[in-house]
Design a protein. Structure first.
Length: 173
């Protein structure tokens, strides 16, 4: 791979990324929501929701637990799969960083099982779940760099919506 960095970042729209898999910051219902989740469901179309409903009718009847990940079709997105993960709500009284790390670790485990070499990742839990960006970036980048070291991925691309998040999610540290 001639020195190309595996962990990268772009400022942009995660629903437009031409990658094997897109990670969705979902809610436990898997039935769509706001933020990244709503955008992915809108852009990907009804196939994603139908696949999520199927999961809910099966082994995920109670919803997807926080920190876990599951894959569905990507519908009309320019990706093959959407990997849904449920981020933790930030707490000032309880350390939930292991759950946030688990979101990335489990999403990348699922991606690897699918054979996805390129993965687009959002800044999980930094929106309505109010996780501080700098801490979220530290956790996300740590997991991504560890996963990249395993050699299964050609690119783990953090897709960041605004300039502030882009600046903070610097893979070079």
């Amino acid at each position: 791979m001639g020195g190309m960095p595996v962990v990268t970042r772009v400022r942009g729209d995660i629903t437009r990324q031409q990658v094997d898999a897109v990670v969705n910051a979902a809610n436990s219902s898997l039935l769509g929501g706001g933020g990244v989740d709503g955008a992915i469901h809108r852009a990907g179309g009804p196939e994603i929701l139908a696949a999520c409903r199927e999961l809910r009718a099966g082994h995920l009847g109670g919803g997807l637990p926080t920190g876990q990940a599951v894959a569905t079709t990507a519908g009309r997105l320019p990706a093959r799969w959407v990997i849904h993960t449920v981020g933790p709500v930030h707490s000032t009284t309880e350390d939930r960083s292991a759950l946030l790390a688990s979101c990335y670790r489990e999403s990348l485990r699922v991606a690897q099982e699918l054979g996805a070499a390129t993965v687009a990742l959002p800044a999980i839990s930094t929106g309505v779940y109010r996780w501080p960006l700098a801490d979220a970036a530290r956790i996300a980048l740590d997991v991504a760099h560890r996963a990249a070291a395993g050699g299964a991925f050609t690119e783990l691309r953090f897709v960041l919506f605004d300039e502030n998040a882009y600046r903070i999610f610097d893979p070079a540290g």
